[in-house]
Write a protein that binds this ligand. Structure first.
Ligand code: BGC
Length: 412
């Protein structure tokens, strides 16, 4: 069924997203740099120079503006800002201040994420998010960065996908994703290389999500309170939300997973300015566990299922009571026509949600450009813009012009 109106609300945020470690290059003070460079690394490629966005941000922001977008979601890198515990780099903060100022100069709304998966090496060497000191450590970093940058920040995300460590831990237990036995060895090697105690090294994505979750929720709450008075706009968290579906007999498993992975987080952010919904696919449960994807798969092995976005917006709005910003949605594919088909169907669902009275304030596509896709390295292509890995030349794909035109017209 066609949605009633093809128009999006006025002041709708139309953006593209990136994350510092995935695009900047040379993030040498971070935990993942060490993990990527270690022998027998879990990572398919090292991030290396990535897209050299650290130096090319101005041309990249101008590019997205020229395509028709009004918002840029990116992250500032804790490992650069606080490379040693308690030492805050004025030079790194100045860099991000110039970057945010460039957004304003180009009339692009800066949406700034304070933590997107990576952390300083010193933090992960000392137990990362599993250590309860993480709560105060993260709040202190947000306080310092907020004081330096907050007056220019139009929208802030504290933690990207605060529920993903728990989701990965549960998936590891259920189906062995995330490195299997190699993961233990990689963490042990990282502990050794970093000069830390054996067994103590823990990263966001490879650590124990059951141990880190209470700290992540507490850290968000504390950072939210610190950032609220400093940021000139809404503050929220983002969550990785899959559309969890049950085949007959799978309802109990689905509901238990939903409570653990989604609802406990959505309940913890009630009253926030917004919740960021990040959706890529659906996950189905049968009576004896997870069911395999059906039909077409993306480069990540996920089912091509763009309808998931509307379902996740609906449940996020219902459980949290918060306004919604779609802070990520996209597809890993070499076939740009499938990116357009996926995004068109996802946006149809957004319009349906808006027609039903749900307060959806923006759609931010993942990603501006092809970049470092964590464990998978540079193989998956999520970008609207292609990046030549040798010359760093940028080339918008047809999907970039297509989505930029929709953004510009505020109409599908
Ligand atoms: C993350 C991004 C990632 C994207 C595609 C999200 O989980 O926030 O960093 O690149 O999904 O897999």
């Amino acid at each position: 069924m066609e949605p009633k109106s093809r128009e999006f609300p006025s002041a709708f945020l139309w953006g593209t997203a990136t994350a510092a470690h995935q695009v900047e290059g040379g993030n040498r003070g971070s935990d993942l740099w060490l993990m990527e460079m270690a022998k027998d690394s879990l990572y398919a490629d090292p991030s290396g120079d990535a897209c050299d966005h650290y130096h090319r941000y101005a041309e990249d922001i101008a590019l997205l503006k020229g395509l028709g977008f009004n918002t840029y979601r990116f992250s500032i890198e804790w490992a650069r800002i606080e490379p040693e515990e308690g030492f805050f780099s004025a030079a790194a903060l100045d860099h991000y201040r110039r970057m945010i100022a460039t957004c304003h100069a180009l009339r692009v709304i800066p949406m700034v994420t304070f933590h997107h998966f990576t952390a300083p090496l010193w933090f992960s060497r000392d137990g990362g998010w599993e250590n309860e000191k993480s709560v105060d450590r993260f709040a202190r970093y947000c306080d310092r960065a907020g004081r330096a940058l907050g007056d220019l920040i139009s929208c802030a995300c504290t933690i990207n996908e605060a529920n993903i460590p728990l989701m990965i831990t549960m998936m590891r237990e259920a189906v062995g994703i995330g490195g299997g036995d190699k993961r233990e060895r990689a963490l042990a090697e990282a502990a050794r290389l970093s000069g830390g105690e054996p067994g103590r090294f823990s990263t966001y994505l490879s650590g124990d999500g059951r141990a880190s979750t209470p700290n992540l929720i507490a850290a968000h709450r504390k950072a939210y309170d610190f950032l609220k008075p400093m940021v000139k706009g809404p503050v929220g968290i983002t969550l990785s939300l899959n559309d969890l579906q049950a085949e007959p007999g799978g309802e109990a498993l689905r509901d238990a997973a939903d409570q653990m992975i989604n609802r406990q987080f959505l309940e913890a952010v009630r009253g926030d300015d917004f919740v960021g919904v990040q959706t890529y696919t659906r996950v189905r449960f049968g009576a004896s566990g997870l069911l395999p994807p059906e039909g077409e798969r993306t480069q990540m092995g996920y089912e091509f299922y763009p309808q998931a976005l509307a379902a996740c917006i609906r449940s996020a709005a219902k459980v949290s009571g918060c306004p919604i910003i779609v802070t990520e949605n996209g597809i890993g594919t070499e076939d740009d026509t499938r990116r357009i088909a996926f995004t068109k169907a996802a946006l149809d669902g957004v319009l349906d949600c808006i027609a039903d009275g749900i307060d959806v304030r923006g759609y931010i596509h993942w990603s501006l450009m092809d970049n470092f896709e964590w464990l998978e390295g540079y193989r998956p292509k999520f970008g609207l813009v292609e990046v030549d890995r040798t010359t760093q030349a940028r080339k918008p794909k047809p999907s970039a012009y297509w989505l930029g035109d929709i953004a510009n017209a505020n109409r599908l």
